[in-house]
Write a protein that binds this ligand. Sequence first.
Ligand code: ADP
Ligand code: MG
Length: 332
Amino acid sequence: MRLLIFALVSVILTGCGKAPEKQTSQFYAMNTFMSVTAYGENAEAALKGVKAEIQALESLFSVTDPESDIAKINRGDSGIYAVHPKTAEVVAFSLDMAKKTGGALDPTMYPVLSQWGFTTGQNRVPAADEIQRALSLTGYDRVSVKGESVCAEKGVMIDLGAVAKGFAGDEAIRILKSNGVTSALLDLGGNIQTIGNKPDGSDWKIGLRNPKGDGVIGIIAASDCAVVTSGNYERYFVSDQGDAYGHIIDPASGYPVQSDVLSVTVIGESGKVCDALSTALFVMGMEKAVDFYRENGEIDMLITTDDGVYATSGAYEAFTPEGGVPVFRIPE
Ligand code: ADP
Ligand code: MG
């Protein structure tokens, strides 16, 4: 009898075809924990390639590694810098998104970020004149990219923290696909990117973190897309006076963004676009973010506030709230 059951189970298993092989790779890169799960015959080799690529990008983009392309630019020796093609690509992309977002995203915020200690983790509240001095060194119109050279005016320094993970995610997806992976889930420090569906054909389920406490406030169903969230609740510090300061800076003021918005999640095809926009829309706040969405379309977004979650149509369909959080549809 036991043998018969065993035989039956074997028939059922093999009858359904071999289950796709699941491989997971977890590592620390770009100042965050990353986890990539992929299914398929070449998944293991693909994941090795992904990890190597992300580490290679980190060594190009890091602001703290003195050998990186970005550190070379930030030392400001010459004004024109020969960089790796990927560095040229990500800087050009950031500048393009800075223009599109009216400077809400600004890759030249490094001098201000370092005053606040966000580049080193040694946080402090700078004096108003220190912020003004640092702000006078910023401005995305003072950097340009020609081929594989970056030109930067004297004193201008770059920080790619708002787009590097999304850019890395797109590179990772490309490597996975070229290895025949048709189902994968990437979590690059909260930037989620997916290939296809789960192996059983259902959507990936992505938790939307509660920006005011533990756990999640809902689930986003996703397939073949990026889901990227920005908020001031992930990385922030509390001053001796007890005030909280988040790591996303309003380039207009040099101070951490404080608004009606707790977090912005952007859902779209491209990881780097979603990453750039989640940061930029968070800087813009509710009203301007909704205007931006209406003018540009192409992405969906979920904005969390004290009242609940505001969702564009596609995001509204994909989102299942938990714990009774109210969800409002943003009119087209
Ligand atoms: P996270 O890194 O937590 O996923 P973001 O993608 O929103 O969050 O990126 C925030 C990082 O971007 C900051 O830690 C800082 O390095 C940088 N940054 C902060 N404010 C801006 C801004 N207005 N424009 C561009 N980069 C910014
Ligand atoms: Mg971002």
